[in-house]
Design a protein around this ligand. Structure first.
Ligand code: PGA
Length: 252
């Protein structure tokens, strides 16, 4: 069986003491599982702290954002090199909150994606349709547009999606308590795998494609059983240690 990845996106939540307790409880609750990998995405100011807590532990960590430049006058921003200094394994790019609340366009998302790879980390590329696009039957077009944007500025088409994770996150399912049905999820995940395979002209059986959008301990098992689902990107439920642990336990 392929390993599955459960990622906790903490977004802008938690203070130092809460994050410490959350992580300690997660570490205490998660038992070794050869089929599961875990990662957490703390707010940037706490990455160093999380790194210290996770020293010699099986959980990896990543950043929620990055600025795609080497260095310079970009007040408030954090580069890939800096995140790499903090031991980040993953960086989220294209999350719908960044696309919509912070108006990040396809080109900027693509620059971030390649910047992360260039710095030896794994981009977690979030793609997904809005409710409007779903209702107008434009889901696959929206996903394809987001994937093509990444490939269009790649130096080498053949390995553009190598060493990345793709997260399918329907915008209407994020933080709403509304999850896509297993049929909808499998359909889109299969479409993503096929599309990426065509773009790269190679088989992408091992490309991890995770699902995100109101994943919790009651719907996770059915999602993990789908053939093209390789894990989950969890928001709200990752802030409650017991819920996150229960989601990981659904992998067996
Ligand atoms: P949610 O968030 O699990 O709270 O819906 C998912 C995400 O934003 O990645």
């Amino acid at each position: 069986m392929k390993q599955k990845i459960v990622m906790g996106n903490w977004k802008m939540n938690g203070r130092l003491d809460q994050i410490t307790t959350l992580l300690q409880e997660i570490l205490a609750g998660i038992s070794a599982n050869p089929f599961a990998q875990c990662a957490v995405f703390p707010p940037a100011v706490y990455i160093q702290h999380v790194k210290q807590l996770l020293h010699h532990q099986a959980i990896s960590w990543g950043a929620q954002n990055v600025y795609p430049a080497r260095a310079g006058a970009f007040t408030g921003e954090i580069s890939g090199a800096m995140l790499s200094d903090l031991g980040c394994r993953y960086v989220l790019v294209g999350h719908s909150e960044r696309r919509h609340l912070f108006h990040e366009d396809e080109k900027f998302v693509a620059e971030k994606f390649h910047h992360v790879k260039d710095h030896g980390m794994i981009p977690v590329l979030c793609v997904g349709e809005t409710l409007n696009e779903r209702e107008q039957d434009l889901t696959k077009q929206a996903i394809l547009r987001q994937l093509v944007a990444i490939a269009s500025i790649a130096a080498e088409q053949q390995d553009v999606f190598n060493g990345c994770v793709i997260a399918y996150e329907p915008v209407w399912a994020i933080g709403t308590g509304r999850t896509a049905s297993p049929e909808q999820v499998q359909d889109v995940h299969h479409f993503i795998r096929q599309s990426v395979s065509q773009m790269m002209q190679s088989s992408v059986e091992t490309l991890p494609i995770v699902y995100g959008g109101s994943v919790n301990e009651t719907n996770a098992r059915a999602l993990f059983e789908l053939p093209d689902v390789d894990g989950a990107l969890v928001g709200g439920a990752s802030l409650v240690a017991q819920q996150f642990v229960e989601i990981v336990k659904c992998i067996n």
